[in-house]
Ligand binder design. Structure first.
Ligand code: CAA
Length: 372
């Protein structure tokens, strides 16, 4: 029996900053951001948005009443948690009106959290094929004004419905995880911004990809030619290419890589959701994909846990995408001036919008929400 991604959608904040504006305000050559980092726009949350509203909007786009009656596992991967104790998944389970006899919990390992959730969801559905599992990745990446990490901020959520006989991607049984205790990026409890050793984080990401790929090759006998496309965790979009290029200059993979970063270039880092935004970007922007193609996914969470795994496209996958909605979502956002962005950034603590409001209020406040 195949288990995998039946539906997948993302949601991003209603406002963004243009990276040329940010570069000019910081006295930096705009090419450093557009070419050096590979970022064109950066999502910015306001006081009415938090990981709950982002996650609820991402999930509502894909869930039907039948899904809500069948889901019995809700896992949220996040490193922007609102509470040390209560899981965001419990709030989302309520807001999304999922039937009560379910497990709901939050999972943390930096940007790797959603992949851990996906692997658990897969095992759950393998054991209970009549059930469905909902994985939500939701984060707000904030490094601070004028910090080295500032141009790699962003925010957003991805929701993934995991089922038997999935209609988009069947997950293969080939994943290779890697855990290494390294302090490249971390955020001690109570601190607003992460501590980052930027160069070490880049190098650890690159080394982690090389290690899991080498092990994957050894275990499966597959090589880069067996893949139609690779998608990467994308803290900034050049990062995946920096990891791939030392190992392969396969022209087709590099061509598809550009399709897999179309959306990420316009959003920035979603932390846990970044790899899955890249996957959606590939699925919705590549014109070369057909059923049976093998896609590779590289997940990386600082601290660190990395994992490489593959999935195969299933017949008719293109009919189950949300391409039009996603493009509208990105195009309809409001561009902020740098002074507006700075004011919003300074005035905002961690959002609590989703905790305080009902789903109706959360969604009514969102003009792009177009389900009804
Ligand atoms: N034109 C074109 N390119 C230019 C340029 C110009 N005028 N000026 C600079 N560049 C290039 C540089 O050559 C460099 O490219 P290469 O790395 O390919 O050589 C790139 O722009 C960035 O320049 P710097 O290395 O000088 O940038 P920086 O030191 O200011 O910071 C950063 C870069 C370390 C990524 C920093 O933004 C940061 O700390 N970000 C947060 C941490 C992060 O994202 N780490 C990634 C791995 S960790 C992870 O993946 C988990 C996660 O989500 C956080």
């Amino acid at each position: 029996m195949e288990v995998g991604i039946d539906k997948i959608s993302f949601y991003v904040p209603k406002r963004y900053v243009d990276m040329t504006d940010l570069a000019e305000a910081r006295g930096v050559d705009p090419n450093k951001f557009h070419i050096g980092l590979g970022q064109d726009q950066m999502a910015v949350t306001t006081a009415d948005e938090d990981i709950v509203t982002l996650g609820a909007n991402a999930a509502t786009q894909i869930l039907t009443d039948e899904d809500k009656a069948t889901i019995d596992l809700v896992i949220v991967g996040t490193e922007s948690s609102l509470d040390e104790s209560k899981a965001t998944a419990v709030v989302l389970h309520d807001l999304l009106e999922i039937q009560p006899f379910a497990r709901a919990y939050e999972i943390k390992e930096a940007c790797y959290g959603a992949t851990a959730a996906l692997m658990l969801a897969k095992r759950h559905v393998l054991a209970n094929p009549e059930r469905k599992a909902l994985v939500i990745a939701s984060d707000i990446a904030r490094y601070g004004l004028n910090s080295a990490g500032e141009p790699t901020q962003g925010a957003g959520a991805v929701a993934i419905l995991v089922t038997a006989n999935p209609r988009i991607l069947a997950l293969e049984n080939d994943s290779v995880p890697l855990t290494q205790n390294i302090y490249d990026f971390w955020r001690p409890t109570g601190e607003e911004f992460p501590r980052v050793d930027g160069k070490l984080s880049n190098q650890t990401y690159i080394d982690s990809f090389a290690k899991v790929w080498e092990e994957y090759k050894k275990r499966t006998g597959l090589n880069f030619d067996d893949f139609t496309a690779l998608t990467f965790h994308s803290p900034y979009t050049k990062m995946g290419k920096k990891a791939l290029l030392p190992l392969s200059d396969n022209a087709h993979l590099l061509e598809e890589f550009e399709k897999a970063i179309v959306y990420n270039r316009r959003v920035g880092n979603l932390y846990t959701g970044s790899l899955y935004l890249s996957l959606i970007s590939l699925l919705e922007n590549s014109t070369d994909l057909v059923a049976g193609n093998r896609l590779g996914l590289f997940s990386y969470g600082s601290g660190t846990v990395a994992e490489f795994f593959s999935a195969k496209l299933v017949e008719g996958f293109e009919k189950n995408l949300q391409t039009e909605y996603h493009r509208h979502l990105l195009d309809a956002r409001q561009r902020l001036s740098i002074s507006e962005y700075e004011k919003i950034f300074n005035s905002k603590g961690l959002g609590q919008a989703g905790v305080k409001f009902s789903l109706r209020e959360v969604l009514d406040g969102i003009p792009f929400y177009n389900k009804n």
